[in-house]
Design a protein around this ligand. Structure first.
Ligand SMILES: [Zn+2]
Length: 247
C-alpha cells in the first residue's frame, strides 16, 4: 500500500516496517521500498540520538528510549534525517523533518547541564568571557572518543560540546582546545539557518565569526598538521552527520 505524501500519522501503534516505509516514501516517492525494516528503541543511546544500518535488505533503525514517548510526526522526522544520511537524499526537508528540528532546538534549551571537565570548563570560561561577553550559558562539556575525523561536536538535543581526546594531553596548547570549544559554542549560539528546505550550519556569518578567534588561521593550520601526523588516522574525512558538526 502506498501512503500519501505528507500524511500525518496519528497511529502510535502503526507497524514499524510500515512507519519506516511511510517515512521513506515521502523522501523518495519514485523509489520502491523493498527493505525489511525494523525500528528498535535502545537505552544505550543518550537522549534523542539515533542510528541507522543497512545490511542487504535489512534496514535497522535504533532510537533512544526517549523517542517512544515522542509524537509520531516528530519521530518520523528523525527517521527521515537518518534515511537522508544513508540514502543521500538531496531534496527539500519534509514537514516532519522541520518539526523534528524545532523539537531538537527546544530540547537543547531545556537540556540539563550535568557534565563538565576541568580542562574543558576552563576553556569555556576563557572563550565565553573573551568572545561572548560571558553571555553564553554553560553547556555540557565532555571528552568524546579518540577521533581524528571528528575533532569536536555540538549536540543540540543534549546541549553538549564534546572534544576528541586527542586534545586531552598536557602537551596540547590550550589555545587549540579554546579554538575547538569556540567553534562548537558558535553552533550553540547561532543554531542553524534554514533556507529553501535545507539546513546550513557553517553559514557565512558563522565563518566570519569563526575567523574572529585570535590567530585563527595559524591555529587551524597547526591543528590540521598535528592531526595529519597522528598514527592510525582515518584518511577520508567522514561525512557530516546531523548530530556531529565537524571542523
Ligand atoms: Zn562546525
Amino acid at each position: 500500500m502506498k501512503i500519501p505524501v505528507n500524511m500525518i500519522t496519528d497511529d502510535f501503534n502503526m507497524n514499524n516496517n510500515a512507519f519506516i516505509e511511510e517515512a521513506f516514501t515521502e523522501l523518495f516517492p519514485e523509489r520502491d521500498f523493498f527493505y525489511d525494516a525494523d525500528l528498535k528503541y535502545s537505552g544505550r543511546f543518550k537522549a534523542l540520538n539515533g542510528q541507522i544500518k543497512l545490511s542487504g535488505r535489512k534496514l535497522t533503525i535504533k532510537l533512544g528510549r526517549l523517542w517512544e514517548d515522542v509524537s509520531p510526526d516528530i519521530r518520523k522526522g528523525i527517521i527521515q534525517h537518518l534515511l537522508k544520511r544513508l540514502f543521500k537524499y538531496k531534496g527539500a526537508e519534509t514537514l516532519s523533518m522541520e518539526l523534528y528540528e524545532s523539537f531538537a532546538k527546544q530540547m537543547s534549551e531545556d537540556a540539563p547541564v550535568t557534565q563538565s571537565d576541568p580542562i574543558l570548563d576552563e576553556a569555556f570560561y576563557r572563550v565565553n568571557s573573551k568572545y561572548f561577553d560571558s553571555l553564553l550559558e554553560k553547556p555540557n562539556l565532555k571528552w568524546g572518543s579518540r577521533s581524528t575525523s571528528k575533532l569536536a561536536g555540538y549536540d543540540y538535543t543534549t546541549d553538549t560540546v564534546s572534544v576528541s581526546t586527542i586534545f586531552k594531553s598536557g602537551d596540547i596548547p590550550r589555545e587549540w582546545v579554546d579554538y575547538l570549544v569556540y567553534h562548537e559554542l558558535l553552533h550553540k549560539k547561532l543554531k542553524y539557518h534554514r533556507s529553501g528546505g535545507k539546513t546550513y550550519h557553517h553559514t557565512s556569518e558563522f565563518k566570519h565569526l569563526e575567523e574572529q578567534f585570535e590567530d585563527f588561521h595559524k591555529i587551524d593550520k597547526d591543528i590540521k598538521i598535528f592531526v595529519k601526523a597522528l598514527p592510525g588516522r582515518i584518511k577520508k574525512r567522514k561525512k557530516r552527520g546531523f548530530f556531529d558538526y565537524f571542523l
